[in-house]
Every structure is written in structure tokens, then in C-alpha cells.
Design a protein around this ligand. Structure first.
Ligand code: A2P
Length: 306
């Protein structure tokens, strides 16, 4: 699948991108990005917190594929909400690239990096009581967005967006007096057990492209064990992963399956069209058994999903 979607900046983006969360820097990140680019991927998604930007960037640079053909996304980590340009500079340095195509606010919450040991401060600062050092008293994501809005004109990123934003948080961001740029994308957990149709509709109505992360349910790919999915896969002579990835594509947004295995990376690009009956059967899974959010970090007292 090489189909393209359009961002509100006018840029195009492939509907399927390679996810790299949990692609280990030491062993997997370089090889999986090379394998993806050889298989025909032109869209790679990473983040500062994944710890693999250097390997992802080196693979992009050494792949032989012209930089201009590849859509690269990375993300601002929570400890750097007050200094997104510095954070982006650091990401670009690790990647070895002059610019990224999309820079996302990874979570709508700031963590205090002040008390972390020296270094890049990309991690999870904790308080003496063991809780994460969350700052909701003198900062919020609207302020972060105001600073991020200066980034496209630097040329260091072509577009900016958000990740893990709920409808309410997007409404607050869009309604803030300092808002001049509508986020190009909102990258969120999205799969048949968490279809979030309201969020999809809201974002599409505002010209914000949805990007589905953990489309297979993240580690151990639990979504692939759903009997309804397995049955549709058998019937169509495809894999369960292809059913799930195709279902996401068919919903009209971007999907970011992660794999470090060459064969699975290749297979994940091969989508097919579900019949309306099968499409509805996948839609129905969460209606029958309820929804399930898999990625739910403890940002207490901040609640990102309400
Ligand atoms: P691996 O990297 O070993 O292929 P998600 O995209 O939801 O984060 O899910 C990724 C998980 O699903 C990873 O553990 C990945 O393992 C596995 N995975 C990716 N593609 C496939 C596939 N086509 N079939 C089975 N498992 C897959």
C-alpha cells in the first residue's frame, strides 16, 4: 500500500508508516528501517523517548533512498515542553538530518526535567515519593503549542502536530488565543478494541489527520488473537495483521505498525479491501466486548484521555 493522504499543510504522507517504538537501538532499529525502506516504505515514525533516533536516522541516510522521498516523524518529549526548538535541534542531531517532516508533542503533559541528572534529560523524572514529576501547576500543553508554532518557519520541521490528545484537549488547544496553527496530525492508540470513532470524526472535521499507533495492540499483538479477525483473515487468505492494518487504512487515516522482522515488515504493507460486511464485523468487536486501552501511562494527577 503506497496510498497517500494529505496534511493540512498541503504535504502528502503515506497511509502506512513504520512504527519504531520498542525497536531496540542496539539490535533492531537500524535493520528494521533499512528493511522497511527496501520493502517500499517511505514513512518512518520515531520519537526522542524511543532512544533509537540515531539508528533510525543512520538507516535513513544510508538506505540510498533520497531524503526527500521519505516522510520522517519524531516527537517532543515531556521534559522539554518549555524548549521545543532545542529539543528538535537535539533530535535532528541524533537523526543526522536537516529537518523532519512532522514534529509531534508526544503527550499533552509536561514533566519537570530540572531535577534529573545532567544529560539529555529524556526520561521519566520521579519525585521522592516515587510518583512521576508532572507539572500541571505552572505549565500546560497550550503553552507548549504556542512555542511549537514557531518551528515550521525555522525549516527544522515541515509540520507540527500532537499525540495522545483527547477531543477535550484538542478543543482547548484550538480555542486558545495563541493558537494559529491547526495540528497536522494527532497520533493516538487505535485498533479494533479502541476504535475511537468520535475522536476520528472530530479530527477529520478539523483537518487533523489521525495516526494509529499500536494498531496490533503493541507488544504480543493481542489484537491478532481476536477470533473475528482470525476468521476474516482465513476467509481472505491473508494474515490477521493484514486484516487489522487494512481496516485502519479503510477508515481513512494513517497506520503505524511496528515490526523488527523483515517478513512481517514486508507483509504489513500488503493491504486488501475488506467487504462492508467484514469491515462492520471488525467495527463490532469492541461493541460486543467493550473497549480496551492498552497504552495508559500513569500521569497522575493529569488525565490525558478525558
Ligand atoms: P515484531 O517486531 O517481532 O514483528 P504494534 O504495531 O501494535 O505496536 O504491534 C507490534 C507488535 O506486533 C510487535 O510485537 C511485532 O513484533 C508484532 N507484529 C508486527 N507485525 C506483525 C505481523 N504481521 N504478524 C504478527 N505480529 C506482528
Amino acid at each position: 500500500n503506497t496510498s497517500l493522504l494529505k496534511l493540512n499543510t498541503g504535504a502528502t504522507i503515506r497511509a502506512i508508516g513504520l512504527g519504531t517504538w520498542r525497536s531496540a537501538a542496539a539490535t533492531d532499529a537500524y535493520d528494521s528501517v533499512i528493511a522497511a525502506l527496501r520493502a517500499g516504505y517511505r514513512h518512518i515514525d520515531t520519537a526522542a523517548i524511543y532512544g533509537n533516533e540515531a539508528e533510525v536516522g543512520r538507516a535513513i541516510r544510508e538506505s540510498g533512498v533520497p531524503r526527500g522521498e521519505i516522510f520522517v516523524t519524531t516527537k517532543l518529549w515531556c521534559t522539554q515542553h518549555k524548549e521545543p526548538e532545542l529539543a528538535l535541534d537535539q533530535s535532528l542531531k541524533r537523526l543526522g538530518l536537516d529537518y523532519v517532516d512532522l514534529y509531534l508533542m508526544h503527550w499533552p503533559v509536561r514533566m519537570r526535567g530540572e531535577n534529573m541528572p545532567e544529560g539529555d534529560k529524556i526520561g521519566f523524572p520521579t519525585l521522592p515519593n516515587g510518583k512521576r514529576d508532572i507539572d500541571i501547576t505552572d505549565w500546560n500543553f497550550v503553552k507548549t503549542w504556542e512555542l511549537m508554532q514557531k518551528l515550521p518557519e525555522t525549516g527544522k520541521t515541515r509540520a507540527i502536530g500532537v499525540s495522545n490528545f483527547s477531543i477535550n484537549n484538542l478543543k482547548d488547544l484550538l480555542a486558545s488565543p495563541g493558537n494559529k496553527i491547526v495540528p497536522a496530525a494527532n497520533q493516538v492508540e487505535m485498533h479494533p478494541l479502541l476504535p475511537q470513532q468520535e475522536l476520528v470524526d472530530f479530527c477529520h472535521g478539523k483537518g487533523i489527520v489521525i495516526e494509529a499507533y499500536s494498531p496490533l495492540g503493541s507488544a504480543d499483538a493481542p489484537i491478532l488473537k481476536e477470533p473475528v479477525i482470525i476468521e476474516i483473515a482465513k476467509k481472505n487468505g491473508v494474515s490477521a495483521a493484514q486484516v487489522v492494518i487494512s481496516w485502519n487504512v479503510q477508515r481513512g487515516y494513517i497506520v503505524l505498525p511496528k515490526s523488527v522482522n523483515k517478513e512481517r515488515i514486508e507483509a504489513n504493507l500488503l493491504t486488501f479491501t475488506l467487504t462492508s460486511e467484514d469491515f462492520e464485523a471488525v467495527n463490532n468487536i469492541s461493541k460486543v466486548q467493550g473497549t480496551k486501552r492498552i497504552i495508559d501511562p500513569d500521569w497522575e494527577p493529569f488525565k490525558p484521555f478525558v
